[in-house]
Design a protein around this ligand. Structure first.
Ligand code: DUT
Length: 170
């Protein structure tokens, strides 16, 4: 499969030393963003970190600042507003709102540590049309666990767990 041509996005280095965001591997959806400022976050603390880049997206596109799963799993680092939305018209520096959710350990970021990833996507612009009644659907107004919470999924078994049969339908 040849794949599509990449979409060209204009990028300005707000910090002249910052590496241009890139995809770590072919097929990756997110280009890595780094922090240009070192930071130490105590448990429960958050910070708005600069990435050293600003971009001009083509009209009809948006970029989304997503967390990195490695940082999340290893250090408990989350993005408070995940995913952050970068509008096509935004020309300011992209920032990342990180939070340390680990209950005990501080987390330290050095300059140019990768802290998030930027996913660029086409987005639809819609026009909302008010109506008195919405068309029927199979789901209707069901939501917020209407299909059963995880504890009610009686057909599911905790995979690989000792005594799994005891956990069925808990
Ligand atoms: O994680 C993020 C989220 C947003 N932004 C920038 C790009 C975006 O276009 C702008 C505004 O973001 P958003 O619309 O989420 O902010 P708001 O709180 O609604 O503020 P505003 O009233 O400025 O729209 O801030 C970032 O750099 N990082």
């Amino acid at each position: 499969m040849s794949g599509r041509e990449p979409v060209e996005v204009l990028l300005r280095l707000v910090d002249p030393e910052v590496p241009v965001p890139g995809y770590a591997r072919p097929g990756d959806a997110g280009a890595d963003l780094v922090t240009t400022e070192p930071a130490v976050l105590a448990p429960g603390e958050r910070a708005v970190l600069p990435t050293g880049v600003s971009i001009a997206l083509p009209e009809g596109y948006a970029a989304f600042v997503h967390p990195r799963s490695g940082l999340a799993a290893r250090c408990g680092v989350a993005l408070v507003n995940a995913p952050g939305t970068v509008d096509a018209g935004y020309r300011g520096e992209i920032k990342v709102i990180v939070a340390n959710l680990d209950p005990r350990e501080s987390v330290r970021f050095e300059r140019f540590d990768r802290i998030a990833q930027l996913v660029v996507q086409q987005v639809e612009k819609v026009r909302f049309r008010t109506v008195a009644e919405l068309p029927d659907s199979a789901r209707g107004a069901g939501g917020f666990g209407s299909t059963g919470g995880h504890a009610q999924q009686k057909d599911y078994v905790a995979v690989g767990a000792e005594g799994a049969s005891d956990r069925r339908g808990q």
